[in-house]
Design a protein around this ligand. Structure first.
Ligand code: SAH
Length: 519
C-alpha cells in the first residue's frame, strides 16, 4: 500500500522494439517512447528507434558485447525500480518482443515486489520478421502445422539437456532457433543424434529487416559449419519450410533483398520537415535512410520588412517564391498578422520549381509561373517572358543566390526582396551520423542544394570523402567542386525525384557491371 509521504509512483512500459528496422516498432511503442522520462535500452535495439524519445529524456544503453560493460540483470531491475519510485515514466526497450527470450520474468518480479505499475507492449519478434523478410511462410498447410521457438543458448551453468532435443527432433513443424550462432554445434549435433535427418532444410537469416540482411540456405548437417563463419544476430529456421525454391544452397534472395536500393545507406541532409520527399521514395526502393539535417530553418530575427511588404501588397503585381520555406514563412506571417488570402487576389504568383508550387497548393494557391526544374535562371527567364506588371516582391531565405533579383533588375523591373525565413548551418552532426560516416558505412550522401553542400563539408570534413555524393544540379556540383569534392552523380532533372533517379541508375549500372564480370 502506498502511504501519503511516498513520492508519486512512476510507471514502467516494457516495450518491444521489433527486429531491427525502426519502422517495425508499434504505434503504441512509439507513443510510450515519446512519453518517457528515462529509456533503458538493449544494445540490439536499433538506435534509430530512439528518435521517438523526447529531447529531455535520459537514454541509457545497457551495454554492448565487447565494447562497453554490460549491466547485470540485478542492476537493470534496481534501476527500473529506482527511476519509477522517483516518479519517472520509464521505458524498458527490448529487441523483438519483450515476452520472448528477453528475461522479462525477472523484471516483472522486481516491479511487482516494488508495487510499480507497468504495461507490456508487444513487438515483432525476430523469428517472425526473419520469415517475412526472407519471404517464407513459417507454417504451411502441407507439413508445418506448428512452430517452436527455441533458444540455442541455455542459461549458463545449466546442462543443455534442459531443452528436450528428443521431443524437438520429432516436432511436427518448424523450429526457429534464437541465440543459436555460437552454440550451433551443440543444438544441431543434438538434433542429429536424436534422429533428425541431416538433409533437413535450414535457413539462416542474419540481421533480419536491416539493410545488410542475408539469408543462407543450408541443411541441418552443415549448419554448424556455415554458422562458424557468421556473427550474431541470426535466426535459424529448421524444417521443410526452409527449403530453397531452387536447389541452390547458399545466399538466397527475397522480396526484401531484391529491391533495387537494398544494401545502400543514404544520408539525407534536408531539414526534417522537408525530408519526406527524399526519404519515402528511397525507403520504398529498399535504401536504408539516415537523416542528418545540414541546415536548420527558423523564423527571421526581424519581421518588420515582411510586415511592411504585406501592408504594401497592393503596390505589387508579382509575388515570387524561391523555396517552399519561403512560402510557409511568408504565408504563415500573412495569416498570423490578421490577413487572409484575399490580400493576394490581385497578384500573379511564381514558384521556382515544382516543390515550391506544391507548397503553394497547400494554401490553395496556384502558381501562374513555375519552371519544370528548380533553377533561378529558368524562373527569371520565364518571368521576363510574361507580362502582367513590373513590380516584383521576391520572398526568399536569409541566403540564396542573387540571380533572380539581378536578372529582373537588369531588365528594368522594380524588385523588392524580403527574407521570410532564416537558414542556418547545423552546428554539428549527430554522433550516429558522424560515426557511420567515419566508419565508411554511408554509401550515398545527397547534396540537394549549394547551402546543404557547404554545410555537409563543414559537418563531416574529410570523412565526406568516404561516401558518394549525389548532387541535385550543376550549380550544387560546382559548389562541391569549389570545396574540393566530386559529385559521383548529378540529377538530370533538378528535383528530389531526379536525385533518387540518378542514384538508382548509378546503382543499377554498377550491379550490371558486377553481374557481367561474374559471367
Ligand atoms: N526478444 C527478442 C529475442 C532476444 S534474444 C525477440 O523477440 O526477437 C536475441 C536473439 O534474437 C539473437 O540471438 C537472435 O537470434 C535474435 N535476433 C534479434 N534480432 C535479430 C535480427 N535482426 N535478425 C535475426 N535474429 C535476430
Amino acid at each position: 500500500m502506498k502511504t501519503s509521504h511516498e513520492p508519486t509512483s512512476g510507471f514502467v512500459y516494457l516495450v518491444g522494439g521489433g527486429p531491427g528496422d525502426p519502422r517495425l516498432l508499434t504505434l503504441r511503442g512509439a507513443e510510450c517512447l515519446r512519453r518517457a522520462d528515462v529509456v533503458l535500452y538493449d544494445y540490439l535495439v536499433n538506435p534509430q528507434i530512439l528518435e521517438h524519445v523526447g529531447p529531455d529524456a535520459e537514454k541509457i544503453c545497457l551495454g554492448k558485447h565487447g565494447r562497453t560493460r554490460i549491466w547485470t540483470q540485478a542492476e537493470i531491475n534496481d534501476r527500473l525500480v529506482l527511476e519509477a519510485r522517483g516518479g519517472k515514466t520509464v521505458v524498458r526497450l527490448k529487441g523483438g518482443d519483450p515476452v520472448l527470450f528477453a528475461r522479462l520474468a525477472e523484471e516483472l518480479d522486481a516491479l511487482g515486489s516494488a508495487n510499480i505499475p507497468y504495461e507490456i507492449v508487444p513487438g515483432i519478434t525476430s523469428a517472425l520478421a526473419a520469415a517475412s523478410y526472407a519471404g517464407i511462410p513459417i507454417t504451411q498447410r502441407d507439413g508445418a502445422s506448428a512452430l517452436a521457438l527455441v533458444t540455442g543458448q541455455e542459461r549458463t551453468g545449466k546442462p543443455y539437456t534442459s531443452v528436450d532435443y528428443n521431443a524437438l527432433a520429432k516436432f511436427p513443424g518448424t523450429l526457429a532457433f534464437y541465440m543459436g550462432v555460437t552454440t550451433a554445434p551443440v543444438w544441431s549435433g543434438e538434433l542429429l543424434r536424436q534422429g533428425m535427418a541431416a538433409d533437413t532444410p535450414v535457413l539462416i537469416v542474419r540481421r533480419a529487416s536491416l539493410s545488410d540482411q542475408t539469408s543462407i540456405a543450408t541443411t541441418l548437417g552443415a549448419v554448424a559449419d556455415v554458422l562458424s563463419e557468421l556473427r550474431p544476430p541470426a535466426i535459424v529456421i529448421v524444417g521443410e519450410v526452409a527449403k530453397p525454391k531452387t536447389e541452390n544452397h547458399g545466399i538466397q534472395s527475397s522480396w526484401f533483398t531484391a529491391r533495387p536500393l537494398f544494401g545502400q545507406t543514404v544520408l539525407v541532409a534536408r531539414p526534417v520537415h522537408q525530408a519526406a520527399a527524399l526519404v519515402a521514395p528511397l525507403q520504398e526502393l529498399g535504401a536504408d535512410v539516415l537523416l542528418q539535417p545540414a541546415i536548420e530553418i527558423g523564423p527571421p530575427d526581424d519581421w518588420s520588412a515582411v510586415d511592411q511588404a504585406i501592408a504594401e501588397l497592393p503596390a505589387y503585381q508579382w509575388l515570387v517564391f524561391s523555396s517552399s520555406n519561403g512560402v510557409d514563412g511568408f504565408l504563415e506571417r500573412l495569416l498570423e498578422t490578421g490577413h487572409d488570402l484575399r490580400s493576394l487576389g490581385h497578384l500573379q504568383l511564381a514558384a521556382v520549381g515544382p516543390g515550391t508550387a506544391r507548397a503553394l497548393k497547400r494554401y490553395h494557391l496556384q502558381a501562374d509561373v513555375c519552371p519544370r526544374e528548380h533553377r533561378a535562371e529558368d524562373l527569371a527567364a520565364a518571368l521576363l517572358q510574361t507580362d502582367g506588371g513590373n513590380a516584383f516582391l521576391l520572398v526568399r531565405g536569409s541566403r540564396g543566390r542573387e540571380v533572380l533579383e539581378d536578372t529582373l533588375q537588369h531588365a528594368g523591373k522594380k524588385v523588392t526582396k524580403i527574407v521570410a525565413y532564416l537558414s542556418q548551418d547545423t552546428p554539428r552532426a549527430a554522433p550516429l551520423a558522424a560515426q557511420r560516416m567515419a566508419a565508411n558505412e554511408i554509401d550515398w550522401t545527397i547534396a540537394s542544394s549549394s547551402a546543404i553542400a557547404k554545410s555537409l563539408v563543414r559537418l563531416f570534413g574529410e570523412s565526406l570523402r568516404k561516401t558518394r555524393l549525389a548532387s541535385i544540379s550543376p550549380i550544387t556540383t560546382q559548389t562541391l567542386n569549389e570545396l574540393g569534392f566530386q559529385a559521383e552523380v548529378e540529377a538530370t532533372q533538378y528535383t528530389m525525384p531526379g536525385i533518387v533517379d540518378a542514384i538508382l541508375q548509378a546503382v543499377e549500372a554498377t550491379e550490371k557491371c558486377v553481374t557481367e564480370e561474374n559471367k
